[in-house]
Every structure is written in structure tokens, then in C-alpha cells.
Design a protein. Sequence first.
Length: 703
Amino acid sequence: MTDPIRFLMCPPDHYDVDYVINPWMEGNIHKSSRDRAVEQWQKLHHVLKDHALVDLVNPEKGWPDMVFTANAGLVLGKTVVLSRFYHKERQGEEPYFKKWFEDQGYTVYELPKDLPFEGAGDALLDREGRWLWAGYGFRSELDSHPYLAKWLNIEVLSLRLIDERFYHLDTCFCPLAGGYLLYYPPAFDSYSNRLIEMRVAPEKRIAIAEADAVNFACNAVNVDDVVVMNKTSDSLKQRLKECGFQVIETPLTEFLKAGGAAKCLTLRVTEPVRVEIHSLVSVESRTIRMEGHLLDSGLISRALDLIVENGGSFQVLNFNLGEQRQSTSSAEVKVSAPDHEIMEEIMSQLIDLGALPPPQEICDVNTEAVTIPGVAPDDFYVTTIYPTEVRVHCEWVKVQNQRMDGAIAVNFTPDGPIAKCKLLRDLEIGDHVIVGVEGIRTIRKTESREQRNTQEFSFMGSGVSSERRVELVVEQIAWELRQIRDQGGKVVVTAGPVVIHTGGAEHLSRLIREGYVQALLGGNAIAVHDIEQAMMGTSLGVDMKRGVAVRGGHRHHLKVINTIRRYGSIAKAVENGVINGGVMYECVRSNVPFCLAGSIRDDGPLPDTEMDLIKAQEEYARLLQGADMILMLSSMLHSIGVGNMTPAGVKMVCVDINPAVVTKLSDRGSIESVGVVTDVGLFLSLLTKQLDKLTSPYHIAKT
Ligand code: ARG
């Protein structure tokens, strides 16, 4: 004969809503009726007694939530893991529950201090006893799960709760007999839903709608084929019936006001152990170090936020706060993730933030050989714009050709190991590509409080830059352009046709003529409209002097393309005196190299336009090498392409009338980018004026 099933309940003598620790309690302080609560509790007690034995623990004055015995602890066999409440409002219940378990002869395990875990409210056994579902995200900490696996010798599957109304696992998840599962999927993140779907066959999953979920339909007590719950919808009852369950409804509205219902009010204290089951947990932990102006620059909070947002958890092992304004801080953080995949995702983002591996980091990165040309191994590390170093033979090796969205290939030469960023398409058979995230670090400049201000100078907050603020950035940029020119540096401009339409051509032409531009990148259109303006005075058929459309103007650009095609190239047209001014003319005259990358919408194209996109990308990358500054002038497409090819450390100035474009381009998380939301023609005219101011009077006299 099998032992009878037992539940633990706690009479509601002192039950009330006294404080707010979950969204259900809000607005309900002292709003529940004692009489009705007692009556509802007794009904539940009565129903349960028909199907199992019910033990009682003494209610204690001052601990109104003690009725929710599900949160006493988690029982398996004769072992219990005692709850450690997250909120101090409930911590006082712990000793009473502990005493009850000890008196009944249970072996009681207690988690380390400050590691919250709220018992069977957040940990539910598969009704077949095959594994334990454990929730985290609001009350219980992910790091408690490995303890559960160890002490209860069972496999633990971690599920992340993301809707604060469903703060305990048992508010939205209820394993039923026969392998069925009653649950509310939107309460979980996508990883958790995938895990649930992997373990529970589709025909066994009873996903409920929000209307039932908010009536705590998942907060049900299941004994064999009986399911006890608060009032629920007919359709859900029908579905449960079809799966062979008998639903017993019993009103629990008074307890809903505290955020609990049938299941919360009970704790099953007889859970048979399956001897063939053993401990297994996929929770992983790693320790990282961070250094820099961790507080002032907000770096530490960014790091901790990203861990949690990605479904992980953390513990700050130590934090050395730099005391002086200029002194840096350092911290050691233990990062936990529910599984390896999530850990890698979190780690790669932390590496981007400059997280350092612990000193005892591995000696060699993990690599896998390329077996198909142009295809990386599955788990390849995706590069970023930041200078990166990788561990090879116990040394940190600097990665060459740094750019984002590539893979890192490590190859051994007689002069030692070489690590290089490579585009997927450039990978060759035999390349050793880094996989995983171990042994990789990015080198970040210590962001200081001052530098952080420059970043914010990019106007994103205000949406549109005020006139004065535009002038201020223009002053700064003009100064830097001068410096770069005087030092023989390199400025690359990427520009869209809007530069021409907004009257910017004359200013950009001047910049080229006066030696401020060392390469020009764009598409077919900027060249076409620039030449159209030079040859016919219109830009896309609009007279640039009078600002009105001219008759037949819409054909102008095609005539222009045709003419250049007749000459064979822009340079030849310039040579032959067909083009006498404008951006392209100045490039040819000043020997400033340009690359025009083609696209699907190009008319013509001009003979100079490179329609082989891979070649165009290569040419862009070549012209960008060694750039000190990149001016991105109203061309989203080409600017994004350029941004992807450029490592951190190169100053990027992005000008566009559309704030969304500016945000997208300058939000690289690197302090060197500046965004300006304004008309690009106006920007260029301000810029040339400012450069005039900076230029010595003698110089002006010459031109
Ligand atoms: N007021 C209680 C709390 O917020 C309700 C607990 C409900 N228990 C449960 N297992 N879901 O802690």
C-alpha cells in the first residue's frame, strides 16, 4: 500500500493584507474580509481532506502571509530545503516553518544568507517525479538552483519569470498527473518557453489565456485526477475534462487580494523520491573582473543590467571603489546563467563592455577548423569594433584588422601566432576560428566622467539639436579637421545625394579642394546629381539657384549619365572639359580617390559605379584604412556599411535630418562618435565658414 498523500496548511487566524510585496496586494491593504477568508480557507481545507491528509502548522501573529504554506520550503522525500524569503516582510516566518519540519523529522537544508528561494512557490516537481521545475526572476535567485539539485539529488530545470503579476512559478505553472502541464506561456521568457516545449509534448501542454491566468487557474492543487482551483472559465474546465481531470472549483477571492490561491495555501509534504533520478543542473557560473570608472561612467550598472536582461544573475564578490575623482574602481562579479548558451550570450556582451576574464583564465582560446570555405563553425565568436585580444599559448595576442561582425582566425606562422578578423566569406579551409567566449577580452579606454559627457553631446536626448548646439559641434569638428589636415591625417567622407539637393555641393567641393578630404565614398546617385548640377544647374530636375522644378528636368539625370557613359568615366569627362565643377570634379582634380557602390535602384549606372558589391565593400574597406575621422553626410546605407568596417577609436561624425538615422549610426557605444540632427547643406555651410575663421588671413588672401 502506498503512503497517504499529505498537505500542510496554516489556518488564516492572522491573515490580512498588511503590506505590498506583489502587484495583487496593491490597493488591497486591509481590504480582505476576515470572515470570508476563514470561510474560503475552510472550504478548501474541506475539499482537500476528501482526497488527502492535511497537517496544520500554528499560525503566528504578525506574520499574515504565513497562510501561504507553499512558501515554507521545498520537500522531497524526507528532505526539505527551507525558504529564504526575498522580502523582510516574510522572513520572520522562516523559524516557525523550520521548527515544524524538524519536529516532523525532516532533514532541513538552509541556503546561504542573502540567497533567496521561496520554496514550493517557486519549485514544482514534475508529477512523475522526473525533474524539478524551478523559477527565478522575482523572488528566488538563480544561484539557489544548483543547491536544490545537489541537496535533493534531482535534475533542475530553470525557468525565468518575466511578468511581475506572476512572481512565483506556481502562479502561472502547474504540472499535472500523466505528464500534463497547465501553464500561462507569456509569463516566461522565450528560452524558458523553449525549454518547456522540449520537455512537455504538445498534446500534454494546456496553455491558458490571460483571463484564466489572472484568476489564478494555474495556482491549482492536483491530486491524481482531481484539480482544485479558484473559479475558472467553462472552456478551461472543458479542456481539463477532455484530458481526464475533474475540476473542483472553490472560491478564494480573499486570498487573491494577497496574490495567492489554492496552491499557495498548501504544501505537499509527501513527495516520493525516485531512486533512479540524479542531480543535474545546467546553471553555469563564471567570474569576471571589471576595471575603470565603474560608477561614474555607469559601466557597472550597464554590466549588471545586461546580465539580468539576458536571463542571468549575478553576485558582486568584491568592489574596490576608487576614492579620488580620477582613480578607477575594480570589481569581481560572479555571473550565473541558466544554461551554457545564455552564458555565452551574456559573456560576449560583457566582453564588449570590457569585462576581463579572471586571472587564471585558460591558456588557449577554443578554435575549430573551417571545413567549408566561407563558412564558420557554428559557435564562432562574433567580433565587435573594439580592439580585441585573445589567449594563445598563455599570451594575449592582439587581433588584427579589427572590425565588427567578423570571425577571428588564429593561424600559426614561424614568427608566432597571428589572430585576424575575417569576414565569413573570406574564411578558408584550415583557418582556425575562435569559438565560444573563453580567452577573449576587449580593450576599452577607461571611460571617464568627462568623456561620458562628450558622448551625451550627441543630442540624442533632445531629439533635434538646437541651433547653438549645432554651432558648437561644428566648431569642434572644424578644429579637428584642421588638426588632421595639418598633421597629414586622413578624413573619409561618405555622402548621399541629399548633400547635393540641399545645396551642400559647393561646400563639400571646397573641403575637397582645400585638402580636408582624403577619400569619398557614396553611391551612384550622389555622383549623378552632383554632375547634373555641374552640367545643367539642376539636382534631380530642380533648379538649384531658384529652387523650382524646371520643365523636363526629371530627364536631366539620365542625360548626364548618358554623357558620362559616352566618355567612359567621370575622370575622362573632367579631362574633356564636360564637367567644370562640383564634388566629383574636385575629386578628380585633387586626386582624391572615390568609390561609388552600386545598388538595385541605380539608373545607368555611371561607368565608375561598382556594381559588384563584394568588390565595392573591399574598395570601401581599403579607402577607410588609416582614417582618423569619417564624416557621414546623409546617407544611411553607405554610412552603416562604413560603420561596420571601422574599428573603435576612429571619430565618426554623423549628420542627418532624421534623428532615427543619427541614433542608429552614432550609437555604437564608443565615445568617439558624434551625431548631429540637422540639414546637411546647412551643416556644410557652417563648417566651411568656421574653417575660414580658423584659417590664417594670409592663407585666405591666397585663395
Ligand atoms: N502575499 C504573498 C507573497 O507575496 C503571497 C504568496 C503566494 N504564494 C505562492 N506560492 N504563490 O509572498
